[in-house]
Design a protein around this ligand. Sequence first.
Ligand SMILES: NC(=O)c1ccc[n+]([C@@H]2O[C@H](COP(=O)([O-])OP(=O)(O)OC[C@H]3O[C@@H](n4cnc5c(N)ncnc54)[C@H](OP(=O)(O)O)[C@@H]3O)[C@@H](O)[C@H]2O)c1
Length: 232
Amino acid sequence: MQRVLVTGANRGLGLEFVHQLLMRGARVVAACRQPGRALKLTELAAAHPGHLHVVPLDLDKERSIAGLAHEAGMLTDRLDALINNAGVLVPGERYGELTAKAFAETFATNAIGPLLLTQALTPLLEHGQAPRVVNLSSDLGSHADTVVFNTPSYAISKAALNMVTRLAAAELRARGITVISLNPGWVRTEMGGARAPLAANESVAAMLAVIDGLKPGDSGRFLDYTGADVAW
Ligand SMILES: NC(=O)c1ccc[n+]([C@@H]2O[C@H](COP(=O)([O-])OP(=O)(O)OC[C@H]3O[C@@H](n4cnc5c(N)ncnc54)[C@H](OP(=O)(O)O)[C@@H]3O)[C@@H](O)[C@H]2O)c1
């Protein structure tokens, strides 16, 4: 896995993916909404000359996705992995006070964006070595494990992302591209909060081990960072 594109790369798990991939010698395209403000990525780019390209991407905008695909094609002739990491969670949603806006925006970022980006990058993935698409999902998107009314726009959008995984796996299997949903665990980031048990570096190291070990037969699975299956 030497050529990798990571979304939401400026902070949290995305930044840690970039860091660990660079430490392994990979060439990384790091996508984020505001490259000019992504100071940690700028520092990493300086520390790993020629290995890190920081490019703009707003997953909610089709033109931005098309622009990123064009730019990625100028930077590399193949992608071995696309890590659809960017995601959003609206805090404090309560039954009785739900708004359509929160659902629409969350759905755009967490479910539609990753599918459109995968579609746009498929020509580069087709040229990759054992190419794989990793959709960062959540146990909150599991139908089977849901017993409390919690973060509905996030949970519904991650359940939809899991369907993106199943559909893309079906479409891309014949092209040799493996697609999975991957739950990082509960991790200390801005989204996960300070009480989460896992550090970002632990979660990402474990996820990279899972991603490294993927075989074509794994396409369409929903795994967690330990490699165990998550119930749909
Ligand atoms: N942390 C956890 O415990 C946990 C648990 C389960 C699943 N996950 C999943 O893991 C992934 C990473 O989570 P995290 O904890 O690292 O979250 P985070 O710290 O909140 O970071 C989210 C990232 O997504 C980016 N993003 C949000 N909306 C975007 C958009 N429209 N276009 C492009 N980028 C956008 C953010 O960019 P800006 O800086 O510009 O906002 C940021 O880089 C997410 O998909 C999340 O759902 C996390």
